[in-house]
Design a protein around this ligand. Structure first.
Ligand code: FAD
Length: 485
């Protein structure tokens, strides 16, 4: 028993992108939502490079797209890679071709303290009760059902919150996730360690790619180089997990030494001082970040964002999976709370869609790592893949080859992304090699549907179920519905 007891429809633990997305979209439907955040925003987090589906899909549905546009974050048209066989850097553009740039073919590079605060304040503006400085200690159960949480308020009092549904959005440091689907299952493939920090400037890639993330493979791993402001660059080094010992003994030395051994990055930073402003004046280390769970929900409780799963920093999937899972969970919560659907059906759809998106990115990232082979390099040899995934990997090598060589066949028909994906699936002559790879086309298709829904709402037309017997988003995108017919 706590010092105080309260009642809500939904309690969300954690005010990162996944929690703020869930809370905002459930509060919008008039339900009573409590969001508990351990820290006080703005607070630091890593994960600064976004994808278009987050910016133009979920963030538009959330109603923060204009605020983000006004925030002055650098526009990211895509990625520039020194990765794979080519000795020259090559670009991946969200528009798939610079000539076809559309109004939604970009994302942002964000200072997460600012981005996350925008999403959190938006959840409060939608009607969620947001309390900061409140650390959740444990979940409460009755039989096999989770019925709420207990937290400690800033004054040190223990508060019991009873809720019809509990959402764990407390990120990679979550302890509550153990209540769902057992312990985390760590990926044997992505066993890496990241050490990262900031410079007060640095050279930019030539226009129009100056806002791109620059990812550079080198002998021992790879480096991300993310422009956050003219006077701020995020630089992270990813190494094999067995280097953890020396990196953790002296992270700063390990970080600087790795940059030194990567001439292309060292040159871009030549003469640039380290950042001295908080929170960018520290070097940070993260490891054991690639994991998955046996289940993402149980009666009364679901996991979203990093509490559920994360793959790897390469290709910026983290905030996408966090906000996308937040949207899926909100649909399930809204449907169950309204009595439209039984809980198991609503959350079955949540889990199936979330797992599918995670699986697509997982496959994609395995293939992406496999692109870069450095003989005599422990890091890259360990990434070599075998058997089951090989055909996808070949397809991906082929498609990146097409991009890297500046193949003029890489273009999107006038009908836009959705049509291009459909054409590629039919294997037409015109098919863009990028879209022919199954993993790419499937994830682009979901992203394109999400953006159409965000932009057009009810006019985006009937949605098709992803799974046989499955559900579709309702016209407003905030619930699940049974497919027409
Ligand atoms: P978080 O953003 O971690 O938010 C969780 C919140 O819960 C925090 O605010 C925390 O204070 C709060 N909390 C924790 N415990 C409690 C508690 N007990 N009670 C109350 N509140 C609590 N993603 C990208 O998209 N692009 C990238 O470039 C990228 N780079 C990355 C690089 C590295 C090295 C790593 C490890 C990850 C990277 N990611 C990237 C992933 C990204 O950081 C995460 O996927 C994303 O932050 C997940 O959002 P979230 O809302 O689930 O969790």
């Amino acid at each position: 028993g706590g010092d105080r007891e309260e009642n809500f429809d939904v309690v969300v633990v954690g005010g990162g992108p996944s929690g703020s997305t869930t809370a905002a979209l459930v509060a919008r439907q008039g339900h009573r939502v409590l969001l508990l955040e351990r820290d006080h925003h703005p607070r630091y987090q890593i994960g600064e490079s976004l994808l278009p589906a987050t910016v133009h899909g979920v963030c538009r549905i959330l109603g923060v797209a204009d605020e983000l546009a006004d925030a002055g974050f650098p526009r990211k048209r895509g990625g520039t890679f020194k990765w794979g066989a080519s000795p020259e850097p090559w670009d991946f553009s969200f528009a798939l071709s610079p000539r076809m740039a559309g109004p939604t073919s970009y994302a942002y590079q964000v200072e997460r303290a600012r981005f996350d605060e925008i999403l959190l304040r938006n959840a409060a503006a939608e009607g969620a009760e947001v309390r900061e400085g409140c650390a959740v200690r444990r979940v409460l159960t009755e039989g096999d059902r989770v019925v709420g949480v207990e937290y400690t308020d800033p004054g040190g009092a223990d508060v019991v919150v009873r809720a019809r549904h509990t959402i764990d959005a407390s990120g990679n440091t979550s302890r509550l996730h153990r209540e769902v689907g057992g312990p985390r299952q760590y990926s044997p493939h992505f066993r890496n360690i990241a050490v990262f920090g900031y410079f007060a400037g640095g050279r930019r890639l030539p226009s129009p790619n100056s806002g791109n993330i620059f990812s550079v493979a080198f002998d021992e791993g790879w480096i991300w180089y993310i422009p956050l402001r003219d006077d701020l660059t995020s630089v992270g080094v990813v190494l094999a997990a067995d280097r953890a010992g020396d990196v953790q003994a002296d992270p700063e030395r390990g970080w600087l030494a790795a940059i030194d051994r990567c001439p292309i990055v060292a040159e871009m930073l030549a003469g640039t001082p380290r950042a001295t402003e908080a929170p960018y004046d520290r070097i940070r280390v993260r490891k054991d970040y690639s994991y998955d769970k046996e289940a993402f929900w149980r009666p009364g409780m679901a996991l979203v964002g990093d509490a559920a799963c994360f793959i790897d920093p390469v290709f910026s999937s983290g905030v996408h999976l966090a906000t996308y899972s937040g949207l899926l969970a909100a649909r399930s919560l809204n449907s169950a709370l309204a009595g439209d659907l039984p809980e198991d059906l609503a959350f079955g759809e949540f889990e199936a869609r979330y797992r599918r998106e995670f699986g697509l990115f997982h496959e994609f990232l395995v293939a992406f790592y496999d692109l870069h082979q450095e003989r005599d390099s422990y890091f890259w040899n360990a990434k070599r893949i075998t058997g089951a995934q090989a055909s996808e990997s070949e397809a991906f090598v082929e498609l990146v080859g097409g991009i890297a060589s500046g193949d003029s066949g890489v273009r999107v028909p006038a009908g836009g992304l959705a049509e291009a994906v459909a054409a590629a699936a039919d294997g037409g002559e015109d098919a863009n090699p990028l879209l022919r790879a199954k993993v790419v086309s499937a994830s682009l298709q979901e992203g394109a549907q999400l953006q159409a829904l965000a932009e057009l709402g009810e006019d985006s037309g009937p949605q098709t179920p992803l799974f046989q017997g499955g559900l579709v988003p309702s016209a407003d995108g905030l619930r699940w519905a049974r497919p027409a017919g």
